[in-house]
Structure formats: structure tokens, C-alpha cells
Design a binder for this molecule. Sequence first.
Ligand code: TYM
Length: 339
Amino acid sequence: MSDSKFAPRVFSGIQPSGGLTLGNYLGALKKFVTMQNDGIEAIYCMVDLHAITVWQDPEDLRKNTRELAAFFIASGLDPQKSILFNQSQVPEHAQLGWVFNTVARMGWLNRMTQFKDKAGKNKEKVSVGLFSYPTLMAADILLYHATHVPVGDDQKQHLELTRDIAIKFNHDYKVDFFPVIEPVIEGPATRVMSLRDGSKKMSKSDPSDLSRINMSDDADMIAKKLRKAKTDPDALPSEAAGLNDRPEAKNLVSIYAALAETSVDAVLSDVGGKQFSEFKPMLVDLAVEKLSPISGEMSRLMEDTAEIDRVLAQGATRARAIASPILDKTYDIMGLVRS
Ligand code: TYM
């Protein structure tokens, strides 16, 4: 951050809308764990108010929220070190979200590609919340004066909007109150692609289950999906540049690099020249070694939902203690009253 007024603080969120994938793990959670271990103060949120911008069955939402909390903890997030909580338990998110609906411009939201993708041809029938989604996302982040936001590449445009909202608010009210955040979109797997089509993002909404690795998949399923993953007939190159125009090969090597916590170039210097018939078993072994303990631990944690609820309630109390004075000050700057 260029503005030293704001202490470094990390914020990120994941929707509890079910179907967690390897994309969520490599693009987001794995980075959260690394940042936690670097000792930066971090706040992580199950963004259930975002999830309801499309229909959620109430019982599924309750279950998916707990499952997401279990995923955070099973992946290595320590709820004593980081703050882990559920968005709807901290009402300040919705309050600041409304404020930012009055700051953001229609034209800014009209440009959001994720809205266009999600609404498709159905623009008139989707919820208003789906359209104004990015203002709530800006509120999530700025409510904590967070400075750094680790996400996958698909969230980049939303984070640019968060910057624009902070700048406009500060400018309109002649204050230096909200930080202009830094997106953290780094590492070999900022965009994990479908295992069936290297031009499409790995997503829980893809109709083919073979296109993705779900965090709930067991070792056999992980192995099966990776063995069936689409490839091309050529041997692997020795340098990253050789993966240009080979999207499926690039995806599998990037997944390997992210799981092995190394770079694509380092992987290729070992496996360059090998055929996929040799590389895929290496990838299967690594993926099973790294991922199956997480799904095992998630199932174990889900046996004690009362404990998960306790962790989330405690996280919400800690989150509110930071959020509430920031919202007080926001209201005060704007001439509103918060009793
Ligand atoms: P969501 O729930 O769709 O995804 C959660 C995180 O996973 C990342 N991700 C991926 N990364 C790489 N490759 C993929 N195939 C892949 N699929 C998903 C996403 O980039 C994201 O980091 N709008 C957000 C949630 C949100 C949020 C926030 C994030 C709400 N408020 C505040 C950060 C800060 C979303 O829908 O993520």
C-alpha cells in the first residue's frame, strides 16, 4: 500500500453456495493460509448475503455455510489467529452495502462482466441484488479498512470497483477515510480451468462433474478425473513459453505447480520432455496427497456442527468489534446518525 495511514489487513470472502472446487482452493484458500502464516491480520467471511442473490434453499444454505467453515479450518486456517465468520451475523455489511449503493454509479455496475455472464439473456428476471452485488463486496472489504484482498483472477474487476468506490467516497466527502485496496492475484493458479475444456474456468456450475475436482471428492474420484482430463498429444515443454496455445497442458502444469508450492518453470524444468502418460500419474499422486486429507478433515469437522457454529459466532463478535466503529465514523462523515 502506498498510503501508510492504513495498517496491513487482509480480507476475503467465499460464497457458501455449495460445490467447493479446486479453483476455490488454489485461487483463494491456499493463499489465505500462506498469508495467515506470514502473520498478517486476516479476516475471512462466508458471504451468505452474496449467495442469496440467486435462489438458495434455506436448509442447503445453512449446511453449505457450515461446510465452508469446515473447508477453511480443514485447509489450515486457525480461527484463533484469523477471524472466520458469517456475513449475515454482522449486520454492518448490509448497512455499508446500502451506503455504497448510493456511491457507485449505474454505469460502473453495467460494465461488470460477471453480472453479464450470470444474468445471460435473463437480465430482466434476475434479482436486483445480483446487479448491485459488487457494492456489497466493496462494503465487505472497506468495513474493515482492509488493504489486501487475495482472490482468483475472476474477481479482479470487482476489486477495481472497490477501489473506485473508496476513491469517490473520499473525494465526495473530502476525507481520507477508506483505503484504496491492493488486489492479491498471484501464483500459478489464479485461474484454474475446466479439466474438459482449457478455455473455460473450472466452476461448480459446469454441467459436467468431470470438468472439476470438488473438495469433497475422495482419492479415487480425484484420480479418475485427472486421468480423464483433456490433454494434447505433444510432450511437455521445458519452459513456460512452450505452454502458450496449449490451454489444457498449461492448466495441468499450473495445478501441479500450485499444489507443489513452486513455479510453472520449476515444474517444467523437471518434467519437460515427458508425455502426459508419465506426467498424469505424478499429478494424481500429488493431488491425492494434498487434497484428500482436507476432505477427510472436513467430514470430521461436520460431525460437530455445534462447534462450527461456536467458532463462527466467536468470529462474528470479533469482526463486529472492528466493523462497528468504522461504520459509526462513516455515518458521521455523511451526516447520518447511528444510535
Ligand atoms: P466465489 O465464492 O465465486 O469464489 C471464491 C474464491 O475462489 C476463487 N475462484 C477461483 N480461483 C481460481 N480459479 C478458479 N477456477 C476459481 N473459481 C473460484 C474466486 O476468485 C474467489 O477468490 N465475489 C466473491 C466473494 C466475495 C468476496 C468479497 C471476495 C464477496 N465479498 C470480498 C473477496 C472480498 C465470489 O463470488 O467468490
